[in-house]
Design a protein around this ligand. Structure first.
Ligand code: CA
Length: 222
């Protein structure tokens, strides 16, 4: 079942959307301001976002840019009351997949939602550029890492180490595997470099992020 986040501060429109979408088998949640919308996108795993451009606390176009900049890759359809071509262009350039101008017919919006969900699912087979485990988002294209809303700079080795963990979430990785994948074969097998670097990651991402599995190796908590 697809989950849709409705970011819309006008109760009448939000409930119109919610009722219609639920009647068509979607699960929905409503965010009534920009900050709430961003939090929910990152914490709750939605399949699509309906984004009203005129939200309290932050401009919708800013929300859009921040979401994309922080690695959110779900389809986004803009809802705009402004019948303004500049908003539409800015929205599409800012990473929206589509837009609907208010007032709109529900059936039209529904058709666009279905199309975006379908296109997105087809495209998801392309090589992924964003890995997301829990609150950690790692963008392989921009080499940026984010934990919740906070962006963290990681030097190359730490980034690669985290990437290896994130490609094997919940799986125990031995020191040898980690040495091999991150440092290549040019290492001293007796070296404690893995432990040192896991320490760096814990300091930056939170101690609980990487679990020690005694006398075996480490595991990324999911
Ligand atoms: Ca509004």
């Amino acid at each position: 079942m697809n989950r849709i986040l409705i970011a819309e501060d006008e109760p009448r429109i939000a409930s119109f959307l919610e009722k219609g979408l639920r009647a068509h088998g979607f699960t929905t949640a409503i965010a009534t301001n920009a900050v709430e919308a961003m939090d929910m996108v990152f914490s709750d795993g939605f399949d699509l976002l309906l984004l009203d451009l005129g939200l309290p606390l932050k401009d919708g176009l800013t929300v859009l840019e921040e979401l994309r900049g922080q690695g959110a890759d779900l389809p986004i359809i803009i809802l705009t009351a402004r019948d303004n071509i500049n908003d539409k262009v800015a929205g599409l350039e800012g990473g929206a997949d589509d837009y609907v101008t208010k007032p709109f017919r529900f059936e039209e919006l529904l058709a666009r939602i279905r199309l975006r969900l379908r296109t997105h699912q087809t495209n998801s087979v392309r090589p992924e550029t964003v890995l997301k485990i829990g609150r950690i988002v790692l963008n392989l294209r921009t080499r940026k890492v984010r934990v919740g809303q906070i962006e963290i700079d990681l030097p190359a080795r730490e980034f690669t180490l985290l990437e290896v963990f994130m490609r094997h979430p919940g799986q125990v990785m031995t020191r040898e595997q980690l040495l091999d994948r991150v440092w290549g074969y040019d290492y001293d097998p007796g070296s404690n470099i893995v432990d040192v670097y896991v320490g760096y990651l814990r300091k930056k991402l939170g101690n609980e992020t990487i679990e020690t599995v005694r006398s075996v190796g480490y595991r990324l908590r999911t």
